[in-house]
Design a binder for this molecule. Structure first.
Ligand SMILES: NC(=O)C1=CN([C@@H]2O[C@H](COP(=O)(O)OP(=O)(O)OC[C@H]3O[C@@H](n4cnc5c(N)ncnc54)[C@H](OP(=O)(O)O)[C@@H]3O)[C@@H](O)[C@H]2O)C=CC1
Ligand SMILES: N[C@@H](CC=O)C(=O)O
Length: 433
């Protein structure tokens, strides 16, 4: 059968592995698709690099000419970022190509434009690699679970930050050293700020929430906190509580007291939190990711695997490439995104959370009573409290019960103003799943 011609946009960490797999598995892929997949061209930024498995004449810096060529059927976008990726994907779909992308930043910022173009031009758009690397997660949400009522998605969706936190917890590594390692292993984004400040996880959370709840959610809607403020003291504090610190992405429907089926709205948030060591997410090490999905009929599902890195991500890209190629051979189309629900994204202040608070206090009798009274005044009840040390080293560790985040944050602000509190040494949310 006539080969299907593939334009690859980007040949960095992920693109290099895509090319290798296309080359090494060419015969198997042809058998699975029903037609050979042939590389038509590779667009990059710099021509002066050696590209393994790529004939030099295929390499170009003119990505737009490549995607709009008549002899290209399938386009794989692994450049990343908003532009030129968006214009290239739109041009590809407009000129009849099927598109595979790993670009969560673009889909979370302007997914509406991309999905609308896919509908308008009847183009296939697959993006499994955009969330949680190698883990098949989006296809289960887009297809297998589309008949169910998903009410929660919770997990670790950024490999770089999980690698950093794991190295800090397990080996006492410094933040900077662990980040450098994560970069050298190909886990981090081109600008690692996206990872450590939680932008990457927030983009993934937006994509997950949109698919899970069929409602528009963009990266800007997501409450985001990264891990740059997580200190060695936080990690040690978690250890003392038999817990670990993880950067979590949480998407949930907030139940409606009136019993409306869709819920009162959705909460979509990313922040570092303490979770007990006994929780399955606590044992997710290095750059692995894990995501729980809770659905009304399916119950609780767990997805686990490599969340970042060239080869794992290329596996997800190749899976999509085979899917769009098969659709072309069979003259069919894959799933189309429909966001029919208009659920509001609720503010973080209304979200119910729990806090761990560590205070350096003046070692005075009555300190516990004053602190407890302040929590109570803000409507927050205390689940556990521990007093440690004496004199200048006295500390109070408080774990709260569940309360609206705004009330918890207001309590911490009030604690900072209390004269017996020398310093609020650590504040972190506590999640138990
Ligand atoms: N790395 C990972 O673990 C994962 C990455 N992703 C996503 O995959 C995508 C690619 O990531 P990754 O491979 O790590 O990124 P890299 O930075 O390693 O590679 C980017 C590639 O795009 C090329 N490029 C950059 N700008 C342009 C441009 N204007 N025109 C043409 N080519 C351009 C670069 O060219 P040159 O080689 O000349 O510099 C490079 O080949 C991103 O969307 C990322 O978020 C998703 C999951 C995991
Ligand atoms: N930088 C990302 C790469 C995969 O999405 C991460 O660390 O998870």
């Amino acid at each position: 059968m006539k080969p299907l011609r593939v334009a690859l946009l980007g040949c960095g960490t992920v693109g290099t592995e895509v090319v290798r797999l296309l080359d090494e598995q060419a015969d198997d892929l042809a058998a699975r698709v029903g037609a050979p997949l042939e590389l038509a061209g590779v667009a990059v930024r710099r021509l002066d690099r050696a590209r393994e498995h790529v004939a030099p004449e295929l390499v170009t810096t003119d990505a737009m000419s490549l995607v709009t060529r008549d002899d290209v059927d399938l386009v794989v976008e692994v450049i990343g970022g908003i532009e030129p990726a968006r214009s290239l994907i739109l041009a590809a779909m407009k000129t009849g190509k099927s598109v595979v992308t790993a670009n969560k930043a673009l889909l979370a910022e302007d997914g509406a434009t991309i999905f609308a173009a896919a509908r308008e031009y009847g183009a296939d758009l697959y993006y499994e690699a955009a969330v949680a690397g190698a883990i098949p997660l989006l296809r289960p949400l887009r297809e297998s679970l589309v008949g169910d009522h998903v009410h929660k998605v919770l997990g670790i969706v950024n490999g770089t930050t999980n690698y950093i936190l794991d190295q800090m917890d397990t080996h006492g590594a410094s933040f900077t050293d662990a980040l450098e390692e994560a970069q050298s292993l190909g886990y981090a984004e081109a600008d690692p700020t996206a990872d450590v400040e939680g932008f990457d996880a927030a983009a993934k959370a937006a994509i997950l929430a949109q698919l899970a709840f069929h409602t528009p959610v963009t990266a800007a809607d997501v409450h985001r906190e990264g891990i740059t403020e997580v200190t060695a003291a936080d990690v040690a504090g978690a250890k003392a509580m038999d817990s670990v610190v993880k950067l979590l992405a949480i998407c949930e429907r907030i139940p409606d007291p009136d019993g409306r089926n869709g819920g009162r709205g959705v909460s979509v948030r990313v922040y570092p939190a303490m979770i007990p060591r006994s929780h399955p997410l606590a044992s997710v090490r290095e750059a692995y990711n894990a995501v729980f999905v809770e659905a009304r009929s399916a119950g609780s599902l767990m997805f686990y695997g490599a969340g970042a890195g060239g080869a794992p991500t290329a596996s997800a890209v190749l899976g999509d490439l085979v899917a769009v190629a098969r659709n072309r051979v069979g003259g069919t189309r894959g799933p189309v995104e429909v966001t029919y629900a208009e659920l509001p994204v609720l503010p973080m202040g209304e979200t119910i959370t729990r806090y761990y608070v560590q205070l350096d206090v003046a070692d005075r009798s009555g300190v516990l009573a004053q602190v407890a009274e302040l929590f109570a005044r803000n409507g927050v009840s205390i689940q556990a409290v521990r007093q440690e040390g004496h004199g200048d080293d006295a500390q109070l560790v408080v774990v709260t019960h569940r309360a609206p985040d705004a009330a918890l944050a207001a309590t911490v602000e009030a604690l900072r103003r209390l004269d017996i509190v020398r310093e609020v040494a650590a504040v972190m949310r506590v999640e138990s799943g």
